[in-house]
Design a protein around this ligand. Structure first.
Ligand SMILES: Cc1ncc(COP(=O)(O)O)c(C=O)c1O
Length: 426
């Protein structure tokens, strides 16, 4: 049984069938207009939050307000609106800083999402520090976004990608990870929370182990930021990547956190406007961090929307959200496992709100299609984590992933839907 993560102080440990939130779930659901939409005449049951989350009104309104009142290009203008848009953009950076507990706002770089954040580190830090014969160490739990950028880098440099294995529960085998840390390891890149299995990696321990050899650590936090309190200083990671759209913010905006000392030494990733301090045909000098890594016009409205999303999460409390999802996960795991023929993939001790499963004799896509008829949205496929699927001997899974607005009743609907699937294929 999955261990319930961090309960908020004063709350009791709940068991299956006993989902309680320390926030008012009905009021929270009212904050999300799309949750009131009917799908094929049914109430929407949205359990595809690991792919993308739905947006609260405050986010939608912040974006609308930005375009209706404040829109202009930033950093370069002296007129009122440009100054206002710049102030909003930089205020968003400060909100991200405080949400992730970074030391300084300059350590926050706005990017398109976790994918771009990881590519930035691979192409900037990686190309500068990885040479032929060196190694980059990842885990067998990674999303393709935290595999392929390192393969590209290793191919270019003649370096080697090493992969720390996982056990049958879907947990990183730390001893093996430790054994793979060697004199040629130039970077460690690990997910905080696995999108395919929900496993929470011990990133604090991983960073500690890598740092004893002075190896920097990138954490892919795409699934952790919406689910767990994240403190990059406490984790002591060197880079932390995340996407706004998975954390109840808009698409098209994400964040790379990097320790200043590293960012200062790194070459630019992309080149263009705003990342320079001066340009002549003979020589260009670069802007200071973080602007050095933000070439071109950024997604200003996205940053404003992300700020609203993080403020919303802060208002609810990340501890409360983590506890709510842990209760949902425990309830769903118990209920789904009772259905004959279902195998849950990944039962790590430390797990966040992702439940992957397969049903004997039924392709996951058929599960997804039948559930869709009931208005239930889950994801089926390899979840951009094909090596994880291979590790468990499956081509695909059905994945229900929970968000702060999900309820026990919605999990009951999922279980009823799975019973229908079973009847259809009986
Ligand atoms: C663990 C993990 N890393 C990285 C990504 C890539 O995120 P994005 O597509 O927002 O760049 C995802 C998306 O599903 C993910 O789950």
């Amino acid at each position: 049984m999955t261990k319930v993560l961090k309960m908020p102080s004063g709350s009791r440990q709940a068991g299956p069938g006993d989902v309680e939130s320390s926030f008012d779930i009905e009021r929270v659901r009212d904050d999300f207009p799309i949750l009131h939409r009917k799908i094929r005449g049914r109430e929407l049951v949205y359990l595809d939050n690991a792919a993308t989350s739905q947006k609260p009104k405050v986010v939608i309104e912040a974006i609308t307000r930005y375009y209706e009142r404040d829109n202009a290009n930033i950093h370069r203008g002296v007129h009122y609106l440009s100054e206002r848009a710049t102030a909003e953009f930089e205020a968003a950076r400060k909100t991200v800083q405080s949400f992730l507990h970074a030391r300084r706002p300059e350590e926050i770089i706005f990017v398109r999402g976790a994918t771009e954040a990881i590519n930035l580190v691979a192409q900037s830090y990686g190309r500068a520090h990885v040479s032929a014969g060196d190694e980059v160490l990842i885990t067998a739990l990674e999303h393709h976004s935290n595999i392929v950028p390192w393969q590209l880098l290793c191919d270019e440099k003649g370096a080697h990608l090493r992969v720390a294995p996982i056990n049958d529960h879907g947990e990183l085998i730390l001893e093996e990870f430790g054994r793979l840390l060697g004199p040629r390891t130039k970077l460690v890149a690990v997910s905080h929370v696995s999108n395919a299995l929900g496993t929470v990696n011990p990133v604090f321990t991983i960073a500690k182990m890598a740092h004893t050899r002075n190896i920097p650590v990138l954490v892919d936090g795409a699934q952790a930021v919406p689910r767990l309190p994240v403190d990059v200083q406490e984790l002591d990671c060197d880079f932390y990547a995340s996407s706004g759209h998975k954390a109840y913010g808009p698409t098209g905006i994400g964040v790379l956190y990097g320790k200043s000392a590293l960012l200062e030494t790194m070459p630019p990733y992309q080149a263009g406007g705003d990342m320079i301090s001066s340009v002549t045909f003979e020589k260009t000098t670069y802007n200071k961090v973080p602007h050095k890594f933000e070439a071109g016009t950024p997604d200003m409205a996205g940053a404003v929307g992300l700020k609203a999303a993080l403020e919303y999460l802060t208002h609810l409390g990340m501890d409360n959200i983590a506890a709510h999802e842990a209760e949902l996960l425990a309830y769903a795991t118990g209920a789904i496992s009772m259905i004959p023929g279902i195998r849950v993939i990944g039962d790590a001790q430390e797990k966040a709100g992702v439940l992957s499963f397969v049903m004997q004799g039924v392709h996951p896509h058929d599960i997804g299609t039948i559930l869709d008829q009931e208005g239930i949205a889950i994801r089926t496929g390899h979840h951009c984590a094909q090596p994880v699927m291979e590790r468990f001997g499956v081509e695909a899974t059905a994945r229900a992933s929970f968000g702060l607005y999900n309820t026990k009743q919605e999990i009951d609907a999922l279980v009823r839907g799975m019973q229908t699937v079973k009847e259809v294929f009986a």
